[in-house]
Design a protein around this ligand. Structure first.
Ligand code: ZN
Length: 76
C-alpha cells in the first residue's frame, strides 16, 4: 500500500511539473508571437516571381520591388 501511495505522489508531482512547463511554454510562445508583426509589414513582393523579401534586402526600381538584381533586369 505504501508503494502505491509513493507512486501516486510521484505521478502527482510529475503532473504539476508538466502543467508548469506547458504554462511557461505558452507564456513564451505568446510573447514571441507578438513581436514579428512589424517585420511582416516590411515585406515586399518581387514583381517578377512573387516571392516576399524583406524591404531592406529587396531591390527597388521606381515603385516596384525585386528579390534579386537578376529579376529586376528580367522584368521589363
Ligand atoms: Zn524574384
Amino acid at each position: 500500500m505504501r508503494r502505491m501511495f509513493g507512486m501516486r505522489v510521484l505521478i502527482f508531482i510529475l503532473g504539476i511539473a508538466l502543467v508548469v512547463w506547458i504554462l511557461i511554454r505558452l507564456a513564451r510562445g505568446s510573447s514571441i508571437a507578438k513581436k514579428p508583426d512589424k517585420q511582416v509589414d516590411d515585406m515586399v513582393r518581387c514583381k517578377h516571381c512573387g516571392v516576399y523579401t524583406p524591404r531592406q534586402q529587396a531591390l527597388q526600381k521606381g515603385e516596384r520591388y525585386y528579390c534579386s538584381d537578376k529579376h529586376r533586369d528580367q522584368d521589363r
